[in-house]
Design a protein around this ligand. Structure first.
Ligand code: HEC
Length: 120
């Protein structure tokens, strides 16, 4: 019985570690790049600065992923935006077009261009 509880605690600790208190990339940035170039580049721009060619038609401008504001958001915050979109903005949710893995992939590509940077 003693062993069982040790194993239980070990699993708990490993489980917590893998939940990623630190920022981890869950996606494949290479896959993410092709998704990005297909679906996101016209608004968010080739290097993620929010200057894509379609922005001239938009009143709400796309986020610049290199801004302090975007970089200080956690993966979970950005993932929520990618999944559900932003109300009253051209950024609609992608849950019906990209599956969860694809959303992680594209997020990991964004994080490759503009790494997470918590502002203290
Ligand atoms: C039609 C233009 C358009 C397209 C296409 C588009 N976005 Fe956006 N996106 C926006 C706009 C506009 C905002 C900013 C909304 C706001 O002001 O909060 C935004 C915001 C975001 C944010 C939040 C950034 C932050 O700092 O909170 C993420 C992440 C994001 N987009 C990812 C994507 C991904 C990934 C794709 C492709 C799958 C994509 N977007 C496609 C227009 C677009």
């Amino acid at each position: 019985m003693k062993h069982l509880s040790t194993i239980f605690i070990l699993c708990l600790v490993l489980g917590m570690a893998s939940l990623g208190i630190g920022q981890e990339l869950f996606g494949d940035p290479q896959e993410g790049k092709s998704i990005y170039m297909h679906h996101c580049v016209n608004c968010h721009g080739k290097n993620g600065d929010g200057q894509g060619p379609d922005t001239k038609f938009l009143t709400v401008k796309p986020a610049d992923f290199h801004s302090d504001e975007s970089r200080s958001k956690t993966d979970w915050e950005l993932m929520t935006t990618i999944t559900f979109g932003v109300a009253f903005s051209p950024m609609h949710g992608w849950a019906n077009r990209l599956n969860e893995q694809e959303r992680w992939d594209v997020l990991s590509y964004i994080r490759l261009m503009a790494p997470f940077n918590p502002i203290t």
